[in-house]
Design a protein. Structure first.
Length: 599
């Protein structure tokens, strides 16, 4: 291309006689500037680069990435722009890198691709070929967002990356309850690598290790160490923990870890918990800038809806992230899984009117503030109303949830029961005390959670009560249970999916029943409705080419258990069938009350 033109005339031409429609300049801060562009060409440019606001005027700024270089050269084939030789070289090199990486990315994903043996794994523990593909792609680009379906061994893929000497020492960031599991069930079981679990937020002299296991709750104290470039790679397990970006302490710390690591890998089957715009935050920890600035992302991909930024076309965004070779996602069906579909059952249950009425006056006051108060009052009241209504809903239906679960437990069915509120747990513990329930919530220590897990897996109890947001990454429950009951609901459908994934994963030999117990009161009706919106956001981004999802539902087993339960109760005490199955507790203090009175 010709050297820089001093100005753009009404009908400028370059030395070869091509008409020029404007000027392209590379700025020092890593931005392309499109200047002095003809008006009708500016309209075309905005169509090709939607991140440019429709109302913007030249100069137009675009973040300098290899993908942008490829797109600009493609645009300039139709509308040539004046550009310096130096900038033209940058465009050409960026396009070549983009196309070379894409070709290699696609070659690795071919069925004919054969992985070489991965050093560092114990005999018989080599990754499966599809896991080795994730390893190769991460090492190829130095970054990957691995969204493989729940139970497909994303942790093993991460270990394959860390077995490469160029990636060690490495930092792995996990949820608090998963640190021991990472070491005991993965690092020590699958590899010859050594691991050290970071203790606390105050830095100390670290022992030598290949892998340092951090928790999202303690990485903020280690940013000065990470900033020294000590860790060659960083792996974020359940990377959706960073969906709020750098506004949180763990997010701000994670940015330091990412900025100083040559290899960045995010693991999750559920990157979007609520609205699709969360993906921008998650992606920026793995490949900063690939979706542009926050402002560019909103313009290009999102619309405002209900006070949130919603992705306009989730499937298009998901497809784009694959085109950028950032995201890899395989489903169980694609890698040969044979587990039957989740048996999804929704069951309407009653609620206690007295419990529902207890907070009605306060809810009324908050609702008035939400609709009529000042801006600050509306926001605060909305949060308080949401918390109040969810709590009231959970408590009002707690005994009815327990009555339903009793039917399952009486039939010797191991049950994982999910909830959110401590008051609700206490009702369940009281009503189902005879079944020796154990707890896995945010209140237990890691050691206590490990004991709970063992008790359920080894058959010491048939009832595991788990917090809706405490089960991500938890492995082993599938060896015992296949029945999951949602006693309380979450606003995010992917929280539900994560919990289902604790049972429906490799090692599960039965169909998993996911039973949603909901009432026609309080927060349940709007949650059931909204969950469909959020699910569509996540599904499009994660599985852009998937069609309409078929929900498998078969209540026959639950109905059979109910009939058996009633038959047993009728034979034992015909006069108390109704009360025993679904009714009120016996007079006097409950067992839980007695325990409290005893201290």
């Amino acid at each position: 291309m010709n050297d820089m033109l001093s100005a753009i005339a009404p009908d400028p031409f370059d030395a070869s006689g091509r008409r020029l429609y404007g000027r392209l300049r590379l700025e020092a801060e890593g931005m392309w500037s499109v200047e002095e562009i003809a008006p009708h060409v500016a309209m075309r440019l905005k169509q090709i680069f939607p991140r440019i606001p429709k109302t913007a005027t030249a100069p137009f700024l675009l973040t300098d990435t290899d993908a942008t270089c490829a797109d600009l050269l493609w645009f300039m084939e139709r509308y040539p722009l004046a550009v310096t030789d130096e900038a033209a070289g940058r465009l050409s090199r960026g396009k070549s890198r983009f196309e070379d990486r894409r070709a290699e990315f696609e070659r690795i994903l071919l069925p004919s691709w054969k992985p070489s043996a991965t050093g560092g794994f114990r005999p018989g523990m080599q990754p499966y070929p599809f896991q080795a593909q994730a390893v190769a792609l991460t090492l190829l680009h130095g970054r990957l967002l691995l969204l493989d379906d729940v139970g497909l061994g994303k942790t093993v893929s991460a270990l394959g990356v860390l077995c490469d000497p160029r990636c060690r020492p490495a930092a792995v960031v996990v949820q608090s309850h998963l640190a021991d599991q990472w070491v005991d069930e993965y690092v020590d079981t699958f590899t010859d690598l050594t691991a050290h679990i970071i203790k606390g937020t105050k830095p100390y002299d670290l022992p030598w290790a290949d892998i340092y296991i951090f928790k999202y709750s303690n990485i903020a104290g280690w940013v000065d160490i990470a900033a020294q470039g000590v860790f060659k790679a960083v792996v974020y397990d359940e990377v959706q923990e960073l969906r709020r970006g750098t506004e949180t302490a763990k997010g701000a710390a994670a940015k330091v870890f990412s900025d100083h690591a040559a290899v960045r890998l995010g693991l999750t089957a559920t990157p979007v918990y609520n609205y699709g715009s969360e993906i921008w935050q998650v992606v920026n920890f793995i490949d900063p800038g690939i979706l542009g600035t926050w402002h560019e992302f909103l313009i290009e991909w999102c619309v405002s809806g209900g006070g949130h930024w919603v992705v306009r076309d989730p499937a298009a965004l998901g497809s784009y992230l694959r085109e950028m070779q950032l995201v890899l996602r395989r489903t169980e069906a694609e890698v040969g899984g044979q587990m039957p579909p989740v048996n999804t059952i929704t069951h309407l249950i009653a609620h206690d009117e007295e419990k529902a009425a207890e907070s009605e006056a306060l809810a009324h006051q908050l609702a008035i503030k939400v609709t009529r108060g000042t801006f600050i009052e509306r926001g605060k009241a909305a949060l308080e109303l949401d918390a109040l209504v969810r709590h009231t809903t959970g408590v009002a239906k707690a005994k009815h949830v327990a009555a339903f679960v009793r039917v399952l437990l009486d039939g010797k069915v191991p049950v994982v029961l999910t909830g959110w509120h401590r008051d609700v747990y206490e009702v369940w513990l009281d009503e189902l005390e005879e079944f020796a329930p154990v707890m896995f919530t945010g209140s237990e220590t890691t050691a206590a959670k490990n004991r709970t897990k063992r008790a359920f897996i080894e058959g010491a109890t048939d009832l595991l009560i788990i917090s809706l947001r405490s089960g991500a990454g938890l492995d082993g429950l599938q060896r015992r249970g296949s029945t999951l009951v949602f006693g309380e609901l979450d606003w995010s459908p992917l929280v539900h999916k994560q919990i289902i994934g604790r049972l429906r994963r490799p090692g599960q030999t039965r169909q998993v029943d996911a039973i949603y117990l909901h009432s026609n009161f309080g927060s349940d009706p709007p949650m059931i409705e909204l969950l469909g919106v959020k699910a569509s956001q996540a599904r499009g981004i994660v599985d852009p080419m998937a069609g309409v999802e078929t929900i498998h539902s078969d209540e026959s087993r639950i109905q059979l258990l109910a009939r058996q339960f009633l038959d047993r109760r009728a034979a034992a005490a015909p006069s108390t069938i109704t009360a025993g199955a679904f009714g009120d507790p016996p007079p006097g203090r409950s067992a839980l009350d007695q325990r409290r009175a005893a201290g």
